[in-house]
Design a protein. Structure first.
Length: 207
């Protein structure tokens, strides 16, 4: 039961028996999720993504290495009920589409749903690729609608998080080495292609 659909009752059972739960939202092929689980054997790591067709290799390695990882197929806007309020830590690595609109754009429906995954005092760490404004010729369609993270935009985003009870701290740019160390397929790809400027956002939820 390493891969579940969001409505599967086995998820509530697994979460009930777990200690700390870490949720990787928009986990993609799950490489970053697995890296996280290797670093945190004390925790159950849940990879959540609307699209779960790229997980095949990762599922095989999770089973072989007996890691405490579960993947759940669901949109961030409609996460499975048992996950709500359950995460001690939330990661969002290299989001695109509506997930990027939520964590960097401040889209209230998506942001509210992502932050609602957190339990008391939960933390969120997001790494977003903001390269397109520097390189208009290489604008990725899925990143194109996202606002440029100017100081003014980030100040508004701090307010949007604060409105949901979260304290947001934009935390600067990742070096190439830091980006590669994430274990994220997308981060490694954009660093290799020199098509990246990766901004880290950290946030802490209400106690
Ligand atoms: C560029 S990929 C990054 C995947 C992975 N985090 C990584 O670093 O390799 C962006 C991922 O976000 C997921 N995503 C985008 N919007 C989403 C949403 N609203 N709910 C769930 N997943 C979403 C996509 O399906 C995709 O897998």
């Amino acid at each position: 039961m390493t891969l579940l659909v969001g409505s599967d009752p086995a998820l509530a059972d697994a979460l009930g028996a777990a200690g700390p739960v870490l949720v990787d939202v928009g986990c993609g092929d799950g490489r970053h999720t697995v890296r996280w689980a290797q670093r945190r054997p004390d925790a159950l790591v849940v990879g959540l993504d609307a699209e779960t067709t790229r997980l095949e290799k990762t599922l095989a390695s999770v089973r072989k290495k007996r890691l405490r990882v579960l993947f759940v197929g669901a949109a961030a806007e409609r996460p499975p009920e048992p996950l709500r309020g359950r995460a001690a830590e939330i990661a969002v690595v290299m989001p695109w589409g509506s997930l990027l609109d939520g964590v960097l754009g401040g889209d209230p429906a998506v942001l509210r749903a992502v932050l609602a995954l957190g339990g008391p005092g939960a933390t969120l760490e997001a790494v977003v690729n903001v390269r397109p404004w520097d390189a208009p010729d290489s604008v990725d369609r899925k990143l194109a609608a996202t606002p440029e993270p100017t100081d003014e935009h980030l100040a508004g985003l701090v307010e949007a998080y604060a409105g949901l009870g979260w304290e947001l701290r934009p935390d600067g740019w990742l070096t190439d080495a830091e980006a590669r160390a994430l274990g994220s397929t997308w981060a490694s790809r954009v660093v290799s292609a020199r098509a990246s400027r990766l901004l880290r956002l950290r946030a802490t939820g209400p106690r």
